[in-house]
Design a protein. Structure first.
Length: 148
C-alpha cells in the first residue's frame, strides 16, 4: 500500500520528507509485525536481536560490550535484557578468568530450539516477498546511502 494511503495524506513538504516518513512508517510496521510473532515466545524484539547476535557468533561467547555494538537498537539496556534472557534459560553468563569485570554471554541449548521455532514463525521472506532480489539489493544500497 502506498504511504499516502497508509497515512491518509498527500500533504508532504517534498519527496525527501515523504521518503523519511515512509522509512519511519515501514520500520514501525516491521517492528510491530515481528513483535506480534515474538509475543508467543515471551520475547521482545531487542531480546530476539541479542539471541540472533549470539547465534551468529556461536560457538564464541560475546561480552556485553560486543553485543551492544552489534545491536539494531543500541539504546537498549543490554545488561537488563541479558538478565531477562538468563532467567528464561536462554543465555549463560560466565566471568572471564583473567578479568572478573568482563562477562561472557553464550546461548544455552534451549535457546537454539527457541530460535529455530521463531524462525519458522517469522520467515524472512514474509515481509520482502514483494521485492525481487535485485530490488532488495537496491533497497539496502539506498538505506546505506541514507545513513551516510
Amino acid at each position: 500500500m502506498k504511504i499516502e494511503e497508509e497515512l491518509k495524506t498527500t500533504n508532504f513538504t517534498n519527496e525527501r520528507h515523504k521518503a523519511v516518513l515512509s522509512v519511519l512508517f515501514t520500520a514501525s510496521w516491521l517492528e510491530n509485525y515481528i513483535n506480534t510473532h515474538l509475543k508467543a515466545f515471551d520475547l521482545s524484539h531487542q531480546q530476539y536481536n541479542i539471541l540472533r547476535i549470539l547465534k551468529g557468533s556461536h560457538p564464541k561467547a560475546l561480552s556485553v560490550i560486543d553485543i551492544k555494538a552489534r545491536m539494531i537498537d543500541r539504546m537498549s539496556n543490554v545488561s537488563r535484557l541479558i538478565e531477562k534472557l538468563r532467567q528464561k534459560d536462554l543465555v549463560t553468563r560466565q566471568e572471564d578468568s583473567q578479568d572478573r569485570r568482563l562477562v561472557q554471554i553464550a546461548l544455552t541449548p534451549h535457546a537454539f530450539v527457541v530460535i529455530e521455532e521463531i524462525a519458522k514463525k517469522i520467515p524472512q521472506q514474509d515481509f520482502t516477498e514483494n521485492l525481487s532480489i535485485e530490488e532488495a539489493k537496491q533497497l539496502v544500497e539506498l538505506l546505506d546511502k541514507l545513513r551516510g
